[in-house]
Ligand binder design. Structure first.
Ligand SMILES: O=C(O)[C@@H](CO)OP(=O)(O)O
Length: 232
């Protein structure tokens, strides 16, 4: 049995400004950093041995705050960023003869990035709802297969995220490693759709709070045995 912790990043400066963000690399707000610190406290009784985060700074900041504000979760190891090690362009600059047992790897991957929001990126959500109607905007934001103009649908996001999740992340989980994943509303929705066996109709209602950890216990066959949302 292993623990898989999923967490959406803390509030970003564009979440606070109600702007569509997608792949725009916006950092956490002050509140977002505080939310990540609270998440860290909630996770103090868990120990992880490998972490994954998207390439976007809001997810990376959230991971680092969780691991360093309450370092029990690292089990005495030092967290080290491992940037795109799978990438053919990775040039190995962070290679050194260290002590891997004393380190907690944090793998970054663009497969975990937020849904690409296309032409909506940077636009204010309320202004777009005024222009196109609240119903249309809700469909762009939450439907499974309808993509926002020029962007990715949740279905497209799922096609991008799931192969990485099953090949890289679940491999650790089924071997018994406790894993922390920090990502985004829509990339995590895709993962949770798979873990919770949600239909396209059911996933429409799934909303994730900023920096709220979701803790799964998963057996060696990859079957979910329990799920707990560590909300306030
Ligand atoms: O703007 C975004 O990238 C996302 C997450 O903040 O928004 P939404 O909730 O509309 O998917």
């Amino acid at each position: 049995m292993a623990t898989l912790i999923l967490t959406r990043h803390g509030q970003s400066l564009w979440n606070a400004a109600n702007r569509f963000t997608g792949w725009v690399d916006v950092p956490l707000s002050e509140r977002g950093r505080a939310e990540a610190t609270i998440a860290s406290t909630k996770l103090r009784d868990y120990q992880v041995s490998v972490c994954f985060t998207s390439m976007l700074i809001r997810a990376i900041e959230t991971t680092v705050i969780i691991l360093t504000e309450c370092d029990e979760i690292c089990g005495g190891r030092i967290p080290i960023m491992k940037h795109q090690e799978d990438d053919k362009d990775w040039h190995g600059w962070d290679k050194y003869d260290g002590n891997p047992d004393g380190e907690l790897p944090i793998y970054t991957s663009s497969f975990l990035d937020e849904r690409y929001y296309g032409d909506l990126q940077g636009k204010n959500k309320a202004e777009i709802a005024e222009k196109y109607g609240a119903e249309q905007v809700q469909i762009w934001r939450r439907s499974y297969s309808e993509a926002p103009p020029g962007g990715e649908s949740l279905e497209n996001t799922r096609e991008r995220v799931l192969p990485f999740f099953t090949s890289r992340i679940m491999t650790h989980v089924t071997q018994g490693d406790n894993v922390l994943v920090s990502a985004h509303g829509n990339s995590l929705r895709a993962i949770m759709m798979h873990l919770d066996q949600l239909s396209p109709e059911e996933v429409v209602k799934l909303e994730l709070g900023t920096a709220v950890p979701i803790v799964y216990e998963i057996d060696g066959q990859g079957i979910v045995q329990s799920k707990e949302v560590l909300s306030a």
